[in-house]
Design a protein around this ligand. Sequence first.
Ligand SMILES: Nc1ncnc2c1ncn2[C@@H]1O[C@H](COP(=O)(O)OP(=O)(O)OP(=O)(O)O)[C@@H](O)[C@H]1O
Ligand SMILES: [Mg+2]
Length: 236
Amino acid sequence: MIKIDNLVVAYGGIEALKGISLEVPSGKIVTLVGANGAGKSTTLKSIVGLVKTKSGTISYEGTDLAKLNTEIMVKKGIALVPEGRKVFADLTVLENLKIGAYTRKDKKGVEEDLEKVYSLFPRLKERTWQAAGTLSGGEQQMLAIGRALMSRPKLIMMDEPSLGLAPIVVKELFGIIKKINEEGMTVLLIEQNANAALKIADLGYIMETGTIKLKGTGKELLANEDIKKAYLGEAL
Ligand SMILES: Nc1ncnc2c1ncn2[C@@H]1O[C@H](COP(=O)(O)OP(=O)(O)OP(=O)(O)O)[C@@H](O)[C@H]1O
Ligand SMILES: [Mg+2]
């Protein structure tokens, strides 16, 4: 579905991505894990055109993504849940969710998806009329994901969705990611929570300072001794 070939991205002469290649096959959960500054967010931003690429190609269902603008990307089924919770603070929960569906004309489908988001996140339903800025951090994260789902994407990309969430909420969140994938959505997930991410991932890439150090199935990477030492650690 997404194919990245030899991608180089530089910020002011310093290469943040040094020629990475990776694939996100349709229907799968793919995760990128790696330390701070490895280039994970830069990879996602390159896919949606938020950073300028220096060389290499990114294609989506065979089309060169450099040729598409953001609105067309949304229409073609790509949604991004950005790093940090970028909800519209002054708007209500419902208004935020509706913004996610702004390119859609199928009113009935939008209503259905709203119910679906509310059933995935009952907390949001209780707080339909609350200003998003007054939601708790975890609730804002749910809203950011819910809003992305409202565009009925084929591919959802999430940048550290578990950041700052309580362990029990993280568990719930990973359950939800698994569930939306089982319903047919392709997922590209960035996580520092490598253990949880690799457990649900079909395919994982380990990034290190702008390069892909290792790739494998979630299972393989979880069992890899070097990965265990570097990223999985002991629970503190
Ligand atoms: N706008 C920018 N200008 C200059 N350097 C940048 C910019 N954005 C990112 N970088 C640098 O590029 C490198 C990769 O950053 P990136 O945000 O992709 O890392 P990351 O893997 O997402 O890290 P984290 O886990 O901390 O979010 C870092 O060294 C970062 O300082
Ligand atoms: Mg990041």
